[in-house]
Design a protein around this ligand. Structure first.
Ligand code: FES
Length: 155
């Protein structure tokens, strides 16, 4: 049984209210929601894929692409925002040429924006593959990305 079918086996067919829990479970298992997965969920719940995408994209926690080999999480909480996280996000967007939630074509990088990471005094905070970077400034990003390319290439 595939991982998707394993998740679906815990739910009743046709119950629309199971949509969000199913999406959460599959994202937890697979790391993202592929087009094939959305189609399969649509047939399981008897819902249109357009409606599923509409609901899933409303919540910014769902990903529709697999993560890159290096994944950045940029804190966009209030304190980090006040301390310049928007400039950090803009610098990452510029360096990678992708939007939050997307993955670079070469599969090296992906990034997402997150709520407060609990280190407000040390923000803006960026988590790189689970490791915190503190007091990150927009001007740090080009060098950080250059170094991380080498990390991505080793994975
Ligand atoms: S707002 Fe960024 S760590 Fe709290």
């Amino acid at each position: 049984m595939s991982k998707i079918e394993e998740v679906l086996s815990h739910y009743m067919e046709g119950h629309h209210e199971s949509l969000i829990p199913i999406l959460q479970d599959i994202q937890m298992t697979e790391g993202y929601l592929s087009e094939e997965t959305i189609v399969r969920i649509g047939s399981f719940l008897r819902m249109s894929t357009t409606k599923i995408y509409g609901l899933a994209t409303f919540y910014d926690r769902f990903r529709f692409y697999p993560c890159g080999r290096v994944h950045l999480r940029i804190c966009h909480g209030t304190t980090c925002f006040i301390n310049g996280s928007s400039a950090v996000v803009a610098a990452v967007r510029e360096a990678l040429g992708i939007e939050p939630g997307q993955t670079t074509r070469d599969g090296r990088f992906s990034y997402e924006l997150t709520a407060c990471m609990g280190g407000c005094n040390e923000g803006p905070m960026v988590m790189v593959d689970g490791e915190y970077r503190t007091h990150v400034r927009a001007e740090d990003i080009p060098e950080m990305i250059t170094k991380l390319k080498a990390v991505a290439d080793l994975k």
